[in-house]
Design a protein around this ligand. Sequence first.
Ligand SMILES: Cc1ncc(COP(=O)(O)O)c(C=O)c1O
Length: 475
Amino acid sequence: MNHTPHGPGQSEGDVNSSPRRAAWQHEHLDDASRALLARDSAAFLHQSVSTPCLAAIRKAEGVFIEDLAGRRYLDFHGNNVHHVGYAHPHVIGAIQAQLAELSFAPRRFASERAVQLAEALSARFAALTGHAGRVLFTTGGSDAVEVALKLARIATGRFKTLSFWDSFHGAGFGASSVGGESLFRHGGAVGPLLPGTEHVAPFGCYRCTYGHEVDADGEPDLARCHLACAAMVRYVLERERDVAAVVAEPARAVPFIPPPGYWQAVREACHAHGALLVFDEIPTGLGKTGRFFAAEHDGAAPDIVVLGKALGGGVLPIAACIAREELNVAGAYAFGHYTHEKNPVTAAAALATLEVIEREGLVEHAAKLGAHALARLQEMKRRHPLVGDVRGRGLLLGLDLVSDRTTKAPAADAADRILYRALSRGLSFKTTMGHVLTLTPPLVTTFAQMDQALDILDACLAEDAAWAAGAAGAA
Ligand SMILES: Cc1ncc(COP(=O)(O)O)c(C=O)c1O
């Protein structure tokens, strides 16, 4: 049976079915890459946003990836795992040392590295929330979200959740259920998801339709925003009265940045109605937004935080669910019983990653470099009418492409065109929702590398404008 996939406009990730991809591959791939791609395609189950692949890789180091033909790309995507850059020597060294010392710990045995990591993350959590924390580790982010969901259910005695359309929280059943992307909700193809997983529209100021004030340029005036998006959360919590948790990314990785006061209003609503606030910081945590936790920008303390992706230093898979001490109430249940729960090697990779972030001042660097990039992108917006909006926080950056700045109608196809133009010039990034260029460079990116990437982007936008003018003239 053939199930029709949903359109790219629905998806957080870029798609692997673009017709432009075949043309790009025809032009750029060498024989060795074609042969490996063919074997990859024959060996793996096909799925959207994954197999079949674009190209084949032989090296990943720092901010660069290198394909089989030796072509290098500045990787401004990296699935948000490469905060400290690929193959950081301190992370690799820590893993090698740990492998030599103790390579696995069955769960009934405590291991020094796992305890150290739990303590380090609890301390970070305490600095964010003012509350002591406790931790469970999983292998992947989706599993850590499952742990958070189960803990919220056990702790509150409720089973409902409130989360956001268009969000992504992972591929497991629980994570897909609180997620709001049709691509990952499978359009019913896998049958019913979890009951009680309610959704509301997410914040997203650029195309906000809730009628807040606009400034002289016709842009939403955030200083005079009525926070209707937050009021909607309160409304549902009030009506349902038995929601266990609100689950959300504090800043959406698209990116979308919350309007000022949004999370404080949601936090208050959670307090008022007995719901926990769970922040999924899997892509945004560990300094990506210029603060260690993205939530630090918004003055709202979560009850549970989920970390993953970059926690393993871009080498090993490890994720964490960190919860307030008061939520340590599920000792009678095995709700996060994962084989690699206390793996000393993944823990050593994570500890080394935290050390690199600290020692190299990467959080502060992300803030400065992000501000520099945002200023350059704003300047580009003034020259390129295709760019309707530029937004970001730290190194979570995005350009929203429009066919008309007045209507803000998403530009069909332009993001895909720009992506392949950029790949041809040695810059890789993600396209999101079909019309956003999502730039998530690693925290070790230098100012020179950032400028190089933005020069490429600028050139691609100019090239595309010339192409579009030619296409319009020919029509
Ligand atoms: C916000 C968010 N939550 C959860 C996940 C799932 O993490 P993993 O792929 O490690 O299961 C992702 C992965 O992209 C994510 O971006």
